[in-house]
Design a protein around this ligand. Structure first.
Ligand code: PGA
Length: 251
């Protein structure tokens, strides 16, 4: 099944408002007219309005890096799906390994956040991936299986069809160590097989699986050429418009 590639920039905790606006503008200039690849940028919460303004009229979509699952109320420091929607957000990263590692994200909270995003009509980008220790001790499959099933627990095939998965091996994030295209594709096929078990072949065949972890202009082409690599979730290289553009349209 043909799946449209989807490249999203995860800016993490980088950029002030001015820097975010300038970067977003440069991204919109570089790839704002691209139609054969979906493109999104995910700045820090406070810079969402500035980035929304900067990408206006371009094809670049606005994403957030997290959300809270409750609709509103006494949850100091948290941001709801409706708040994100109200400033123009259309997609949201959920369960990033940094959230899991530093901020207590669990399979259960990933699941709640995914449901909240879907209920609000946001496109969830659900992150899964193993650490180096898990890979080296042979636990990789079990970890990815648990994370994937956990994220989609209680979600229907129709709802799952509105999700994107990002495979991000933790050992490749920000380290300059990329999974080989073969390692990435094997993991993507493994994830798609789980999705097939859960939702059937047609639905699973339509779900896009992004690769994330030191993806750069010079390795993007080969990674994106793999049968089951349907895009990228880009950290470091998303902070320079030229590098990001070089991944959206690799030479
Ligand atoms: P990286 O980050 O591209 O800097 O490795 C990817 C991510 O964490 O989404």
């Amino acid at each position: 099944m043909a799946r449209k590639k989807f490249i999203a920039g995860n800016w993490k905790m980088n950029t002030t408002a001015d820097e975010a606006a300038a970067l977003a503008k440069a991204v919109a200039e570089a790839v704002g007219k691209v139609t054969d690849v979906d493109v999104a940028v995910c700045p820090p919460y406070v810079n969402l309005p500035a980035v929304a303004e900067a990408i206006k009229g371009s094809n670049v979509k606005l994403g957030a890096q997290d959300l809270h699952w409750e609709e509103k109320g006494a949850f100091t420091g948290k941001i709801s799906a409706a708040m994100l929607k109200s400033v123009g957000v259309t997609c949201v990263i959920i369960g990033h390994s940094e959230q899991r590692q530093y901020f207590g994200e669990t399979d259960e909270t990933v699941n709640k956040k995914t449901k909240a995003a879907l209920a609000a009509g946001l496109l969830p980008i659900v992150c899964v991936g193993e650490t180096l220790e898990e890979r080296e001790s042979g636990k990789m499959d079990a970890v990815i299986d648990r994370q994937t099933r956990g994220a989609f627990n209680g979600i229907s095939a129709a709802e799952a069809a509105k999700c994107v998965v990002a495979y991000e091996p933790v050992w490749a994030i920000g380290t300059g160590k990329t999974a080989t295209s073969q390692q990435a594709n094997e993991a993507h096929i493994f994830i798609r097989n789980i999705l097939t078990e859960l939702f059937g072949k047609d639905t699973a065949g339509g779900i896009r699986i992004q690769y994330g972890g030191s993806m750069k202009p010079d390795n993007a082409k080969e990674l994106l050429a793999q049968s089951d690599v349907d895009g990228g979730l880009i950290g470091g290289a998303a902070l320079k418009a030229a590098d990001f553009a070089g991944i959206v349209q690799p030479k």
